[in-house]
Design a protein around this ligand. Sequence first.
Ligand SMILES: Cc1cc2nc3c(=O)[nH]c(=O)nc-3n(C[C@H](O)[C@H](O)[C@H](O)COP(=O)(O)OP(=O)(O)OC[C@H]3O[C@@H](n4cnc5c(N)ncnc54)[C@H](O)[C@@H]3O)c2cc1C
Length: 417
Amino acid sequence: MKKYSVFSLARNALDYHENWTEAWRSPEPKPEYDVIIVGGGGHGLATAYYLAKEHGITNVAVIEKGWLGGGNVARNTTIVRSNYQLEGNAFFYEKGMDLWRSMSQDLNYNVMFSSRGVINLAHNDAQVDAFQRRGNTMRLNGIDAEWLTVAEIKKRAPLLNTENMRYPVYGGLCQPKGGTARHDAVAWGYARAADDRGVDMIQNCEVTGMRIENGKILGVETTKGFIGAKKVGVAVAGHSSQVFQMAGMRLPMETHVLQAMVSEPIKPALDTVITSGAAHCYISQSDKGEMVFGGDIDFYNSYAQRGNYPIIEHVVTAMCELFPAFSRLRLMRTWGGVMDMSMDGTPIIDKTPIDSLYINAGWCYGGFKATPASGWCFAHTIAQDQPHDLNSAFRLNRFETGHTLDEKGVGSTPNMH
Ligand SMILES: Cc1cc2nc3c(=O)[nH]c(=O)nc-3n(C[C@H](O)[C@H](O)[C@H](O)COP(=O)(O)OP(=O)(O)OC[C@H]3O[C@@H](n4cnc5c(N)ncnc54)[C@H](O)[C@@H]3O)c2cc1C
C-alpha cells in the first residue's frame, strides 16, 4: 500500500490527482476463509483489521450487502467519549479512547479525531448528584472528568442559554478528552488498512443464510453463492435480529430508528460537544461549519433508514431552546439509521451457542465511539475463542443469569450522557 503523507500529496498534485491508487481492492470471494465478518460497518471493518494486525489472521473476508460505510458508521453524529460509571463499561470504552488517540497514525489515514470535550448538562439537583458521582468514579478509574459550574460552561459555550428555559442549567460534567471524529474516514481508514494486510472486502454481497451442521457453522449463503468459513463473526448493527434469525437465534434486542440533522454551515460558533438529556438534544459543530444535532429514537420498530417529522420538530425545538441564536439557521439535511437496541442498553460481544459463530451487537445509539474497542475485543474473542477481560461483561446470556449492565437504570434508552 502506498503511504499517505504530505509528500504523496505533493507528488500527486503534480499529476493533477489523477494517479491515486484505489484505497482497497474489490476481489471476487474465495471458496473459503479462516474468518468471515458479516457487515462492513465500523465494527466489522475494525474487527477484520485487528484480526490481521493483532492475531496474524489474514485469510479474512468482510461481507457487506451494500457499500462500506453505508450503514450507521457514516450516519452517526460522531461523538466519542468514555464517561461511564460501571466497571463493565468504563475500561472497555477507555481502551477505545486510547485507540482513538493513535488511530490516524496507526491506520495512516486522517480520521480527524478532535478532543474538543463533551459536556453533559445537569438541569436539576438529582442530575447534579448523579453526574458528580459518575465523574468521581471516572476519576477513580483513571478516566478524565471535570465538574463545570454554569459560569465555566458559559465560558466554553457563550451562545448556550442557561437560564431562560424550561430546565435551567445547574452545571455540567465534562470529559475533556472526549470529542468527535470523521465517521466515514474511520470506515475507509480501517478498510484500507485491513486490505493492506490481505483482508478481502466483498461489497454488494448480502448474507442470506447460514450453513450450520451438527451445531457448527460451516459458512454463509450469499447473493454471490456459498462462502465457507472456519469462523463467522456477525457485526450488522440494526440488522442483527434478521441475520441471527438465519441461525435460528432470537436476540434480546429490538431495532429502532434514530434520526440526526445538520444546519447550513456557519463560522466557528461552538468548539465543544453539548448534550442535554433533559431537553433531549445534543449538538456539536462539524469541521465544515454545520451544526450537527440529534435527540432520542423515534420509539417504534423499523428497518427504514428515515424517521418521522414530530421527532425532528421535537429535536429542533430543544436545540433552539439551548441555542436561541441558531434558530435562524436553515436545516440542511435530516436522516435516520437503524439501531440495535439491547434491553439493558449495553452491547453484546460474545460467542454464541453455535460453534464458531460469534456475535457483536446491541450498540443502541452509542456504537460509533466503541468502534475501535469493539473491533479489538471482537477480534480477540474470535481469535482466542473466548472474550477478553474488557468485554467479559458483554455476555449474551446475561439476560438469563441476571447480570445485566444497565448503566443509567433506563434500559435500552441510555442516550445523551
Ligand atoms: C443518527 C445517528 C446518530 C448516532 N450518533 C452516535 C454518536 O454520536 N456517537 C456514537 O458513539 N454512536 C452514535 N450512533 C450509533 C452508531 O452509529 C452505531 O452504534 C454504530 O455505527 C453501529 O456499528 P457499525 O458501524 O458496525 O454499523 P453499520 O455501519 O450499520 O454496519 C452494519 C453493516 O452490516 C451490513 N449488513 C446488514 N445486514 C447484512 C447482511 N445480511 N449481509 C451483509 N451485510 C449486512 C449493513 O449494510 C451495514 O453496512 C448514532 C447512530 C445514528 C443512526
